[in-house]
Design a protein around this ligand. Structure first.
Ligand code: ADP
Ligand code: ZN
Ligand code: ZN
Length: 726
């Protein structure tokens, strides 16, 4: 009988898995990790298939060196999903599979968590320990320690001597062992009971509930504060009661602590596994395994959590489904929201996509009936939606970013003792530094972008590549001294507001001021406790946070996005402003939103004023249809970058020449990127467009082998399917 061949996926950018002699491996080991010889060294691989023959001579094949897992890590359903993902994004299978594993498993670490035992006194131990003689110092110390609470056997205070004592006490039944929580010992909070749902929420829950056990995508369109989270909690309750698991995805790591807390309070922390890039490697493995072996009933995480195996998965929830945070922008460039829908479909389970401002793709799917729409039109509490006022900044010229109207509103709110937020989506002091004499502006030497002035740090920084230099005091072009900051960013606003309202407690929240997870958590606490009067912030502040004391939101500099070349810019702006505005008036006081704009008649602002998402979505969808853009047309971008633009363009031209011809698919000419230079590399792209996703996919799979065969000296290239930005 010929030897069996194992197909092994390695973490290498090659399209096909490698053939190895299977030895003792069988089909039961598909999804397990192995160690294999590769070139001069050994590599970790994943068994993805078995077959009886190889295209290569048997004598050239090497044997698998070691099997690393007794039980499959990636069960068939996950392998199939990842294979789909690899095919759809035209990204090699090996790296796709490895992207789904926690770092420690990628490196070959054992897929198990050593359970640490914890030791605690029995009633007998409590009794007997109290009678220990004075002279037995070590024993008394250990006893005193145990009286304070359970002791982990691996704790640093357990010395060799103590360990011997503990052994004796264990035999004497003075102490007993209990496994340490598999998940991290979160503070045990008293479980809180669920509030009574309002009618709309109840209907939403019932609608999804009837779909448990079959595939259906629900688009939960609920205004900010309509209680979507409560809907998720009730659904999770149902699923857990049936012994199932729930996967809940959020677009960014900052949103996980608040949700984890809410779910922990309802269900107990031990049922929840969080997964995001902020976890330590060991913790991440522990949580991943808890999801994979079914101990964790709720898996709550960012996009990377999507590929976690969950044996009893019954429901997926994607919160803030419109958010670009679900798109991975490097390596495997995938949209977690879209792949979540695929996962639900393959697993025959329902999925809920929640948002106050759904993506146009999802909205379109709801309009055409592919998704079921569920609407929550009212805020859950008795609070009404904030009123939105537009301030015409042509008539009312801003000083240091603020019009007199916004200034007065801030003052009034301060006098009332209520919290305000000024939203400016630029961090730093000013977006540029320019010369009034000759018009020179500080630019990044490595990118086609202006340098942002950070006055506090006395530096000029590029927000695209990280370049920074000391602030210049004279114009390098004309040697003039009349340098000026152009525009207003968060630091400048902070400085101005501190000057305007010297008694106010002012806090700036942006990526610079929140470095480090705990810092932002502490800030949030301070905001909720009412220790802040005026908040200045970027979009960090806009998402999902519930700040009960906030009643006024001022928005400045929003107009910039109206001119963006990116076709999704207005959709994003609308979502963002709706989100920020939604922070206002979530508890005692009604909220007010003031938007400074030079275009108060723009349909975007008009729709915002009326809280009318549907109307604006219709306008945008019309535009997209006319411009042959998503969701009506499907796109893929072949992107290339090189030290010189000409090389990138020539590469794309060659790619164009090797492209297949296919009716219904349009291939455009190569063009420089909207931001042509980044980090010393020139960038260009080639767009492919089709009205049919299937046609586009077919076209791309015909094209890929030719692309891999192209000469790529100095060139880096990748394919971006369903690109976010064009
Ligand atoms: P969303 O996620 O839709 O913006 P949240 O889930 O944050 O809204 O809910 C907004 C507020 O309303 C929260 O403070 C929440 O506790 C409260 N809430 C939600 N549902 C109910 C309910 N049925 N009864 C009372 N309060 C509720
Ligand atoms: Zn000058
Ligand atoms: Zn730069």
């Amino acid at each position: 009988m010929p030897p069996m061949i194992a197909l092994i996926a390695l973490n290498l950018p090659v399209a096909q898995p490698f053939d190895y002699l299977a030895g003792d491996l069988s089909a039961a080991h598909i999804g397990c990790r192995v160690r294999v010889p590769f070139g001069q060294k050994e590599r970790i691989g994943i068994v993805v298939g078995m077959r009886e023959a190889s295209d290569r001579p048997l004598t050239q094949l090497k044997a698998v060196t070691a099997l690393l897992d007794e039980q499959t890590l990636l069960p068939n359903d996950m392998l199939a999903l990842l294979r789909f993902c690899s095919d759809y994004y035209h990204y090699p299978l090996g790296p796709t599979l490895f992207a789904a594993l926690p770092g420690q498993l990628r490196k070959g670490k054992e897929a198990a968590v050593r359970t640490h035992l914890q030791l605690k006194l029995t009633p007998l131990g409590v009794q007997q320990g109290a009678k220990l003689p004075m002279r037995a110092k070590a024993q008394r110390a250990l006893y005193a320690r145990l009286c304070k609470g359970p002791l982990a056997e691996t704790a640093p205070e357990v010395t060799a001597h103590a360990r011997n004592l503990l052994k004796t006490w264990l035999i004497a039944a003075w102490i007993e062992t209990a496994p340490l929580d598999i998940l991290d010992a979160l503070p045990k909070l008293p479980l809180s009971s669920a509030p009574v749902l309002n009618f709309a929420q109840q209907q939403a829950v019932e609608q999804v509930q009837t779909a448990l056990g079959r595939y259906e995508t629900f688009l939960l369109h609920g205004v900010t504060g309509s209680g979507k989270t409560e809907v998720y909690l009730h659904l999770a309750q149902q699923v857990i009661a049936q012994g199932g698991q729930v996967l809940l995805l959020v677009p960014e790591i900052h949103l996980t602590p608040q949700l984890t807390e809410q779910f922990s309070q309802r269900f107990g922390a031990e049922l929840i596994a969080t997964l995001h890039s902020g976890l330590g490697e060991a913790q991440r493995l522990r949580h991943w395994l808890a999801a994979q072996n079914g101990t964790a009933k709720i898996v709550l995480g960012t996009r990377l959590a999507l590929f976690t195996p969950m044996p009893a998965l019954q429901l997926i929830v994607v919160d803030e489904e419109h958010d670009s945070g679900f798109h991975q922008q490097e390596g495997l460039r995938y949209a977690a929201r879209d792949m979540a829908v695929v996962r639900a479909q393959r697993a025959h389970i329902p999925i809920v996509l929640g948002s106050a401002t759904p993506s146009l793709e999802s909205w379109h799917n709801a309009l055409t009936g592919r998704y079921q729409r569920i609407t929550l039109t009212q805020r859950a509490t008795s609070i009404t939606m904030p009123t939105v006022r537009l301030i015409d900044s042509r008539a009312n010229k801003p000083i240091e970013g603020l019009t007199t109207t916004l200034d007065a509103a801030l003052q009034q709110n301060l006098a009332r003792g209520q919290q305000s937020l000024v939203f400016a989506n630029r961090r730093g002091y000013a977006p540029s530094l320019y010369c009034r004499d000759c018009g020179w502006a500080a630019g990044c030497p490595r990118c086609s972008a202006k340098l942002v002035l950070h006055l506090r740090e006395k530096s000029l920084r590029c927000h695209h590549c990280g370049y920074q230099q000391a602030m210049v005091l004279a114009c390098p072009n004309c040697e003039g001294k009349d340098l000026h900051p152009g525009g207003v960013a968060t630091q400048r606003l902070e400085q101005h507001l501190c000057h305007r309202f010297p008694t106010a407690r002012i806090l700036r929240v942006d990526r610079d001021s929140t470095q480090g997870e705990t810092r932002w958590l502490t800030m949030q606490q301070a905001i909720r406790n009412g220790e802040i009067d005026i908040l200045i912030g970027t979009q960090l502040l806009s998402k999902g946070h519930d700040f009960p004391g906030l009643s006024l939101v001022g928005i400045i500099g929003a107009d910039d996005a109206l001119y963006s070349t990116d076709f999704r810019a207005t959709e994003r702006l609308f979502a963002q402003l709706m989100q920020v505005g939604g922070r206002a008036g979530r508890a005692q006081w009604p909220g007010e939103v003031l938007i400074q704009t030079r275009f108060p008649d723009h349909p975007l602002y008009q729709a915002l004023q009326q809280h009318n998402y549907a109307e604006y979505a219709e306008i945008l969808l019309d535009e997209r249809n006319t411009a042959r853009l998503p969701p009506y047309f499907h796109l893929a971008a072949l992107r290339a970058d090189a030290p010189a633009l000409i090389d990138a363009l020539v590469f794309l031209q060659t790619a164009q020449q090797h492209a297949p011809q296919q009716e219904g698919v349009t291939l455009f000419d190569p063009t420089p990127d909207a931001m042509p230079r980044k980090a010393n590399r020139d960038r260009a792209l080639l767009l492919v467009q089709s009205a049919h996703r299937g046609l586009l996919q077919h076209y791309l799979s015909l094209w890929m082998p030719a692309l891999y065969a192209l000469r790529t000296k100095n060139i880096r290239w990748h394919l971006d399917v369903d690109p976010q930005q064009v």
